[in-house]
Design a protein around this ligand. Structure first.
Ligand code: SF4
Length: 323
């Protein structure tokens, strides 16, 4: 309890009393690695499944107008060619500005190529304990991600990392995390909890408790007062939001905000922000009254693509108004 109170105090000394929802825009369901032991992709066949340009742009328009930050533009490694990927991030950034890229360990050539559309890079470290990391991510070594973070620093990009709690680490591993954050001057950290996937070795494992997730967040907040902390929750874990905010998280993610828009869980998140003494920016429950067609019209896109974006946007809006 002391640590929570201290973390909340440190948060309020460094940030306004606000919170928001961050959505990761997922551009593919393909990954060439497909053997991280906790990951849904590891249970999927080896085939490329990527989203259309128009659906990505339409989703970005929804995020922007509902006040959702785009936590990361994410997808399986090597889902697109470099040229196609550059074109996609160029178009999506026309809607919502530069992006956080979570697309594997980028090299210098790729970082330079994507630079005009990139706010920062995300190193999906997942497990901070090296032994555990080698076990859960046998084909995704940490070294290329550390190299990416070093290159990102050279180009003045922001730097983020992910951690999935519940893979077998213990709170004693916090010292390893502290060293990593200091070494790479990490600006933002995503704390997810294991969401046990069918067909993986974690299938029957329990998701770690809210208190455990809060402890990692609180220790990080106290050690790094200005770092941005994002707390991942799932649809059935909305009740942990007040605790995670009090522990010093800036924002909430992993909630299926499109499918659950306006739901009782979405209302509970907004209510939880109040309980934690934070103003909730944006909305998970109400659509703004705007002319959505104008939002597409003002983008510098060719007419054929605009038409496709409008169609896709209408289908998303109809989903949001019928939830
Ligand atoms: S690299 Fe990422 S997407 Fe691919 S299997 Fe590992 S965690 Fe999953």
């Amino acid at each position: 309890m002391d640590a929570l109170e201290q973390a909340n105090k440190v948060f309020l000394q460094n940030f306004p009393a606000e919170t928001w929802f961050e959505r990761a825009i997922l551009f593919s369901w393909y990954c060439k690695i497909r053997n991280c032991k906790f990951c849904y992709m590891s249970t999927q066949p080896d085939k490329t499944a990527v989203r259309s340009k128009e659906s990505l742009i339409a989703e970005a328009i929804i995020c922007k107008n509902l006040g959702w930050e785009i936590g990361a533009f994410s997808g399986g490694i090597d889902a697109y060619s470099q040229a196609n990927f550059k074109e996609i991030i160029k178009n999506v950034s026309k809607v919502c500005g530069k992006l956080w890229l979570n697309v594997g360990a980028l090299g210098e050539k790729e970082i330079k190529e994507y630079l005009p559309y990139t706010k920062g890079v995300v190193a999906s470290i997942e497990a901070i304990n090296p032994k555990l990391h080698d076990f859960v991510c046998p084909s995704k070594p940490a070294a290329p991600y550390e190299n990416m973070l070093d290159i990102a620093g050279k180009y003045n990009l922001k730097k983020a990392m992910t951690m999935i709690l519940g893979l077998g680490e213990t709170i004693e591993d916090f010292e390893l995390l502290k060293d990593f954050i200091e070494k790479h001057k990490i600006d933002k950290i995503y704390f997810y909890s294991l969401n046990p996937q069918k067909g993986t070795i974690f299938e029957s494992r329990e998701m770690p408790s809210a208190e455990y997730q809060a402890e990692w967040i609180a220790r990080t907040r106290i050690a790094f007062p200005k770092i941005e902390i994002l707390a991942g929750i799932w649809l059935n874990k909305v009740d942990r939001v007040p605790l995670l905010l009090k522990a010093g998280a800036n924002s909430i993610s992993k909630f299926p905000a499109l499918k659950a828009f306006g739901s009782k869980e979405a209302k509970a998140i907004e209510q939880s922000a109040k309980e934690a003494g934070r103003k909730f920016k944006g909305s998970l429950t109400k659509l703004p009254k705007i002319n959505w067609k104008d939002e597409v019209e003002k983008l510098e896109l060719d007419e054929i693509l605009k038409e496709k974006v409008n169609k896709k946007l209408n289908s998303y809006l109809s989903m949001l108004t019928h939830t």
